[in-house]
Design a binder for this molecule. Sequence first.
Ligand code: ADP
Ligand code: MG
Length: 344
Amino acid sequence: MARRKAATPIQEFPLIRQLQRRFERKSPSVLKGIGDDAAVVSIPSGNWTVLTTDLLAEGVHFDLRTADFASVGYRAAMANLSDVAAMGATPRFLLISIAVPKTLQAADVTRLYRGLMQACGGYGVHLIGGDTSASHQGLFLSITLLGTTAEGKALFRHGAKVGDSLYVTGTLGDSLAGLQLLTQRRQTARQSRLKPVDRRFLVNRHLHPTARVREGLWLNRAGFATSAIDLSDGLSGDLRHICEASHVGAAVDVSALPISQACRAYAGTQGIDPVTLALAGGEDYELLFTVASHNERSLERQARSRGFQITKVGIMRPGRFGIQAVTSGGGTGPLPVTSYQHFR
Ligand code: ADP
Ligand code: MG
């Protein structure tokens, strides 16, 4: 999005007051929100508190040429909601810190917050504070989300056992396909063969991903998942975190990976294998989790009755097996790491 000239420079305190007026909501659990030195919230006894924070830098995590302020905010909130979902917790309180370059106007910040709060809308999350600074080099956005879960109950990356089945929610690769569609500036002849409805689906999956909060809560409460992680960098990398934390290996059935019809169609127009998108694609924010094989049937039955899409994509193996891809022909080979990595 093109930067407009700064009409009126942002003033810190009027901006905070405006954000408070528009986005702060009263709640009995918020004893003090915006407006004091720190926020005070009440957490029911018998709960664990789950905390996560994310820093997003313009040019690294988002690009204001391909995404508007609202969708930057929306995706930033989703990334945090997804982390809380992957712990099996209920998201509750939100702190937002921003460093704002001079080129931005107060209305841009309001749009950013609108996207942030829209993402949180369905989950009853309360904005309770943040921090505001000037920036000399692009926009920075830091989000801290606090969630709760019943004491003793959380989904960790550790806990997967040899023989457990590996499952994933939703479909994989859509967000990466959507990003590629957004960044390929001109509609190339190949791209225009993609149906508008598929293009819209993929772009929307990139700009408006859905954190699997309800699925995470269900997996945690039902006690099915032995380990879990959210797919923020891509399955090929994120699975490694489960394997390392749990000291196990994995065999991934690449032909079983859930891939949407739109993503397959897109891969077809590009002459690429959709599996590469599914393995590399970050920001799908699906949950990857393991389940003891004796719980598989109950898991799948409950998922169906709740309308949750889950797919079995592999099995956990001893650590010395490493992480292998199993093809439909039965051949195996090391699963290539194609997921997103900083400083690479
Ligand atoms: P301090 O000087 O202690 O950092 P501030 O003046 O920055 O305090 O903040 C005053 C109040 O406004 C605090 O409650 C803080 O949480 C809130 N606040 C500041 N910036 C933001 C922001 N960008 N979004 C939401 N709340 C904010
Ligand atoms: Mg401050």
